[in-house]
Design a protein around this ligand. Structure first.
Ligand SMILES: [Zn+2]
Length: 119
């Protein structure tokens, strides 16, 4: 069985190989566009629940499961994997081998009250 870390990295690799790029939008959400398929773009949003540090990602592509089935800390499609990596570059997320994608101390410090309220 493939670990979630391996699936996450594999999904990201596929996204990069397929020419997808992640852009942070004015409202803080992330838009992933395809360089190889003009006009194709998906919208990724994310948040955390209460004191849980794990990030929940939502993508509007067909490969992403319904919201209620999204597992905190995990990514469900390559777009969410790219979005997570983008947040990592911003210093707002990090990969935890136990929990998956979690918010960083930097994100926690800027909590107002939720660091991803506007993201
Ligand atoms: Zn997706």
């Amino acid at each position: 069985m493939t670990s979630s870390l391996e699936s996450s990295l594999a999904a990201e690799t596929r996204a990069v190989e397929e020419g997808h790029r992640a852009f942070v939008q004015d409202d803080g959400s992330i838009r992933v566009v395809s360089d190889t398929r003009p006009g194709v773009a998906y919208h990724i949003t994310f948040d955390t629940l209460g004191g849980d540090q794990r990030i929940r990602f939502w993508c509007d592509c067909p490969a992403s499961p319904h919201h209620s089935r999204t597992q905190p800390g995990h990514v469900a499609c390559k777009h969410e994997a790219l979005a997570a990596r983008r947040l990592e570059r911003e210093g707002l997320a990090r990969w935890d081998p136990e929990a998956g994608w979690v918010i960083t101390d930097k994100a926690a410090i800027t909590r107002r009250p939720d660091p991803f309220e506007r993201l």
